[in-house]
Design a protein around this ligand. Structure first.
Ligand SMILES: [Zn+2]
Length: 201
């Protein structure tokens, strides 16, 4: 089991995970299965890394909550199949990641080819204000594909996965906790009966 899989298994078992320095802190309403504890123990340093906020201020946990909220909106409000809802949610995560991790270009220079601003080939601003990347319009598509691929691989490494959209049988559908349940478990943090601190290292 990978660190991401261990984290998912722990969440599925109703475990709330946090970090305290280098230590992994587990809280749950009842003792989680031994296999989950074992996997977390084996990967505690990597799991702690997943729970630590990245440069953009969001940890894997935050991305998971964002993903679940978006998927829930599409699935329940939009009445779309779960697979399609998750695919749309993943696309939202990619856009959010791009906005939170902007690339800036030196003024007067194309971020992709390094060329300058010309009357026949002007540099255009891309991105959310106030952080722009300047690119030639012909350079933008390839640059944007690379950026999107980077966003997708970063999200995937944190356990946010774009599903292959196809009809799913009921048994195949993953049973993620709803975003409401996540919020509830956070607010009910102090009521957990099970608590364990795993030493970092
Ligand atoms: Zn260019």
């Amino acid at each position: 089991m990978s660190a991401v899989a261990a984290l998912k298994a722990a969440r599925a078992a109703g475990v709330h995970l946090g970090i305290d320095g280098d230590d992994l802190v587990l809280e749950a309403a009842s003792a989680p299965p031994a296999a989950v504890l074992d996997a977390l123990s084996r990967h505690k340093a990597e799991v702690a890394a997943l729970l630590r906020p990245g440069q953009d201020g969001w940890a894997a946990e935050d991305w998971q909550v964002f993903f679940e909220e978006r998927a829930g909106i599409v699935e329940f409000d939009g009445k779309r199949p779960r697979g399609e809802a998750e695919a749309q949610a993943f696309a939202c995560c990619v856009v959010e990641w791009l906005n939170r991790n902007p690339e800036l270009s030196p003024s007067g220079q194309c971020l992709s080819c390094g060329g300058g601003d010309h009357a026949h080939d002007p540099l255009l601003p891309y991105g959310v204000e106030p952080t722009h990347a300047w690119l030639h319009s012909r350079c933008w598509p390839a640059w944007y594909e690379v950026r999107k691929a980077k966003a997708a691989s970063t999200l995937t490494a944190m356990g946010i996965v774009a599903p292959v959209v196809r009809p799913m049988t009921r048994e195949e559908q993953p049973s993620y906790p709803s975003s409401d349940a996540t919020r509830e478990s956070r607010s009910a943090k102090n009521q957990f009966a099970f608590q364990r601190q795993m030493n970092g290292g």
